[in-house]
Design a protein around this ligand. Structure first.
Ligand code: C2O
Length: 535
C-alpha cells in the first residue's frame, strides 16, 4: 500500500457558462474539482487549505472512515469548519472498498461547485470481476446556476421559499449544445470502434435525481457506490445525488457522433425541464460537423422505469465478494419523512418550509457532534431520537394536522456497537410527497426492499431480498413509498444521515447516529488529529 498526497487549495475563481461569468468557489481553480486516484489499501493525505471567504469542510462521500470520523468532513457533525486562511489534513485509509466514489464540500451549498471524483483501483494484480475496459473515463454530472448559489440559499432559508432551481445540468462541468455559448462548454469523449470503455458516473447535482443515456449504445452496469453488482444491460441509468454508477460501454455502433444526455427524474409536477445537459460520444475519424444523434430518455415522471431499474441492482455476492446481509435484526427503526411549514414572522409568507424525520427537524449544533461525543461535552446533543413516529397514522393517506407540527432539536439515536440495525424510511404526504435520496455516512447498507404506499411490517419484510440486495451508501425513498435498509453498526463514531437533496437537508431532513465504542481497543474511535479545526 502507498501513501497518496493531495493538495486542495480552496479558492475563488471566475468561471463562465451559459454566457454568464461569475466567481465560484473551487478546488485548485477547477470545476469540477480534481480527481483523487488511489488503490484499495492506500493511505490518503489531503491537505485542504482554505483561501476562500467561506468556511469550508470536505466530505469523502462513501468512504467508510473506519473508527476515523475525524476525516469524514461534514461541518459541525465530525469537525468544525476550516476557517479562511487555515488548513486541515484529511488523513484516512481506503480499506475494503474499490470503485468510484466522490468528494464534496459539506457546508452550506458549497458542494454546488466544490466536488470531484474519487477513483479507487482494486489492489495491484486484482482484476475487475467484469471484462477489462480499454479505457476509463469519469463523468461528473452537476448543475450550473447563473446566480450566486449562496445568495439563493439565503433566499431559501430566510424567506421561507424554495430557492431557484439551477439553470442547466452539466457533464464534467459543461452544459453542452442545448445552451448558449456552448462552443467552449461541451464535453466530448473520443472513442475507437470496437473498444470498451468504463464510465465512472457521479451525480454531484444538488437537488436532482438524473436519468443518463447514450444514443445508440447500451450500458452494462457493473458497480454502484463502489460495490460490484451483477452486470446488467440498460439503455438508461437512474442516478440520485450522492450516488455513483460504473458502466461498461462498447463502441460497437456505426462510426458517428452520439449524444450522451442527462436530465431530471422528478415524480412531482415541475416546471418543464429545460436543463438537459448533453455531451458527445465521438468516434475517432468522424467529422465533427456531423450533427449527433439524440438518445431516448424516459419521461421525467417515469416512476415505473425507476422502480424496475432499481430492482435490477443486485450485489455480486460471489465467493470473492460475498454479500454479508444481516439476517437477524437487533434494532428496528422506523423513520417518517415529513415536509411541512413552521411559523416564521420574518418570512415572506409568515411560514418557513421545514423538513423532518419522525417530526423532528434537525438543528445544527455549534460544536461538532463527534468532538462533543468523544470528549464527553454535555449539552450539545441528546440521544433520545425516537425509534418510530410519535403517532402512527396513514402516512401516505390524508395528513393529520397534528403531524404537521414538527419539533426542533439536535436529537441523535444511540446504537450499540456491532448491533444489526434495520431502518425503514417512510415517505409521507405531509405537505407533499417527493422522492428522497438518503445517505448514511460511515457505512454501506443493504437495500432490503422498497415499495409504494405504507410499509407493512408483516407482509413487506417477507418480500425482502436476503440473498443479494445491493449495498450502497445512498438510496432513494420513492415518492409516497418506503425503503428498508440494514447495516451492522461496526464503525464507532457519530455518523450523519440525511436527504442528499441539499434543499431538504437545509430544511432539517437529517439526523445522526452515535455508534458506541466496542469493548476492545481496536473497536474504539481513534484519537483526533492534532490539526482538527477548533470550534
Ligand atoms: Cu454526500 Cu453528507 O454527504
Amino acid at each position: 500500500a502507498a501513501v497518496k498526497k493531495y493538495h486542495f487549495d480552496v479558492q475563488v475563481k471566475n468561471v463562465s457558462r451559459l454566457c454568464h461569468a461569475k466567481p465560484i468557489v473551487t478546488v485548485n481553480g477547477r470545476f469540477p474539482g480534481p480527481t483523487i486516484y488511489v488503490r484499495e489499501g492506500d493511505r490518503v493525505l489531503v491537505n485542504v487549505t482554505n483561501y476562500a471567504q467561506y468556511n469550508m469542510s470536505i466530505h469523502w462521500h462513501g468512504l467508510k472512515q473506519h473508527r476515523n470520523g475525524w476525516a469524514d468532513g461534514p461541518a459541525y457533525i465530525t469537525q468544525c469548519p476550516i476557517q479562511t486562511g487555515n488548513n486541515y489534513v484529511y488523513d484516512f485509509n481506503v480499506t475494503g472498498q474499490r470503485g468510484t466514489l466522490w468528494w464534496h464540500a459539506h457546508i452550506l451549498w458549497l458542494r454546488a461547485t466544490v466536488h470531484g471524483a474519487i477513483v479507487i483501483m482494486p489492489k495491484q494484480g486484482t482484476p475487475y470481476p467484469f471484462s477489462q475496459p480499454q479505457m476509463e473515463v469519469n463523468l461528473v454530472l452537476g448543475e450550473w446556476w447563473n446566480a450566486d448559489v449562496e445568495k439563493i440559499v439565503e433566499q431559501g432559508n430566510d424567506m421561507g421559499l424554495p430557492p431557484n432551481m439551477s439553470d442547466a445540468h452539466t457533464i464534467n462541468g459543461k452544459p453542452g449544445p442545448l445552451f448558449p455559448c456552448y462552443e467552449k462548454h461541451t464535453y466530448a469523449l473520443e472513442v475507437e470502434q470496437g473498444k470498451t470503455y468504463l464510465l465512472r458516473i457521479v451525480n454531484a447535482a444538488l437537488n436532482d435525481e438524473l436519468f443518463f443515456s447514450i444514443a445508440g449504445h447500451n450500458m452494462t452496469v457493473v458497480e454502484v457506490d463502489a460495490v460490484y453488482v451483477k452486470p446488467f444491460t440498460t439503455p438508461t441509468i437512474l442516478i440520485a445525488p450522492g450516488q455513483t454508477t460504473n458502466v461498461l460501454v462498447r463502441a460497437n455502433q456505426a462510426p458517428g457522433r452520439y449524444f450522451m444526455a442527462t436530465r431530471t427524474f422528478m415524480d412531482v409536477p415541475l416546471p418543464v425541464d429545460n436543463k438537459t445537459a448533453t455531451a458527445i460520444l465521438q468516434y475517432s475519424g468522424v467529422p465533427t460537423t456531423i450533427i449527433p444523434v439524440f438518445p431516448k430518455l424516459p419521461p421525467p415522471n417515469d416512476t415505473s422505469f425507476v422502480m424496475s431499474y432499481n430492482r435490477r441492482l443486485r450485489s455480486l455476492n460471489s465467493q470473492q465478494f460475498p454479500a454479508n446481509v444481516p439476517l437477524k435484526v437487533d434494532r428496528k427503526l422506523f423513520y417518517i419523512i415529513g415536509l411541512g411549514t413552521n411559523p416564521c414572522p420574518t418570512c415572506l409568507n409568515g411560514t418557513r418550509l421545514t423538513a423532518s424525520l419522525n417530526n423532528i427537524s434537525f438543528v445544527m449544533p455549534e460544536i461538532a457532534l463527534l468532538q462533543a461525543h468523544y470528549s464527553g461535552i454535555n449539552g450539545v446533543f441528546t440521544t433520545d431520537f425516537p425509534d418510530r413516529p410519535p403517532i402512527p397514522f396513514n402516512y401516505t393517506g390524508v395528513p393529520l394536522t397534528a403531524n404537521l407540527k414538527t419539533a426542533k432539536g439536535t436529537r441523535l439515536s444511540k446504537i450499540a456497537f456491532n448491533s444489526t440495525v434495520e431502518l425503514v424510511l417512510q415517505d409521507t404526504n405531509l405537505l407533499t410527497v417527493e422522492s428522497h435520496p438518503f445517505h448514511l455516512h460511515g457505512y454501506n447498507f443493504f437495500v432490503m426492499g422498497t415499495g409504494i404506499g405504507n410499509f407493512d411490517p408483516v407482509k413487506d419484510p417477507a418480500k425482502y431480498n436476503l440473498v443479494d440486495p445491493p449495498e450502497r451508501n445512498t438510496v432513494g425513498v420513492p415518492t409516497g413509498g418506503w425503503t428498508a435498509i440494514r447495516f451492522r453498526a461496526d464503525n464507532p463514531g457519530v455518523w450523519f444521515m440525511h436527504c442528499h437533496l441539499e434543499l431538504h437537508t437545509g430544511w432539517g431532513l437529517k439526523t445522526a447516529f452515535v455508534v458506541e465504542d466496542g469493548p476492545a481497543p481496536h473497536q474504539a474511535i481513534l484519537p483526533p488529529p492534532k490539526d482538527l479545526p477548533p470550534c
